[in-house]
Design a protein around this ligand. Structure first.
Ligand code: DGI
Ligand code: FE
Ligand code: FE
Length: 199
């Protein structure tokens, strides 16, 4: 287990773990630890900060179980796009966790904050850390949907291809269940399906 250098957060890793665990079910906490492990491995493989990957992974779903009323208040206070409220907790929990990461853990690294913010939808332009958290969330060891082994194999070869695979997979799934697509999801997909590796 890693000891933080305090470069990115005002809290110790131990305190961060305790805070995160207190906000979610045992099952989700296990998922978070799986994302952390995967994100650290991807950071090592692709040459990104393992400490930043650990911190972003541990915080990425910090707001997932917050009541919508509390999410709404965070979104309003921070002046985030209120449109996301029409898409429920799935779309709100990343941006809300970003605000809580600043407030509760003193995170100022824009890269870590963006990795948390965009972990569900992705973005048109993504940094290495953003890609790592986006993909780690999808392929962590606890995930078991059809296609996850393909996603793991791709992530081991080419991180950009893994991002595109995940965007295609998620969009296909959302359409199959007739879910409404958040506009940013379509913008991200359009950019990645045409530019792919150029991101
Ligand atoms: O929080 P996790 O479950 O670990 O994973 P996540 O943050 O990637 O959330 C995934 C969920 O978000 C998944 O059920 C699909 C959903 N989602 C992603 N993009 C959209 C979306 N849901 C809707 N309605 N519209 C979207 O554009
Ligand atoms: Fe999430
Ligand atoms: Fe997650």
């Amino acid at each position: 287990m890693m000891t933080y250098t305090n470069q990115y957060t005002t809290v110790t890793r131990e305190a961060l773990l305790a805070h995160v665990q207190s906000k979610m079910s045992t099952k989700r906490f296990k998922h978070v630890l799986g994302v952390e492990k995967t994100a650290i491995a991807l950071a090592e493989k692709y040459g990104s900060s393992e400490e930043a990957a650990s911190i972003a992974a541990l915080i990425h779903d910090y707001a997932k179980e917050l009541p919508m009323s509390e999410m709404k208040s965070v979104i309003e206070t921070a002046g985030l796009n209120p449109e996301m409220l029409n898409f429920g907790s799935e779309i709100c929990h990343g941006p809300v966790a970003t605000e809580l990461a600043k407030k509760d853990f003193g995170i100022t690294s824009e890269d870590i904050l963006n990795a948390i913010r965009y972990h569900t939808v992705g973005a048109v332009q993504m940094s290495l850390l953003e890609k790592i958290i986006f993909v780690a969330d999808f392929i962590e060891p606890g995930r078991s949907f059809p296609g996850v082994d393909t996603a793991r194999a791709i992530a081991n070869q080419d991180l950009d291809e893994a991002v595109l695979f995940e965007m295609k997979h998620t969009l296909t799934y959302l359409i199959s269940i007739e879910a409404r697509i958040y506009p940013e999801t379509i913008l991200a997909y359009n950019a990645w399906v045409t530019k792919g590796k150029k991101n």
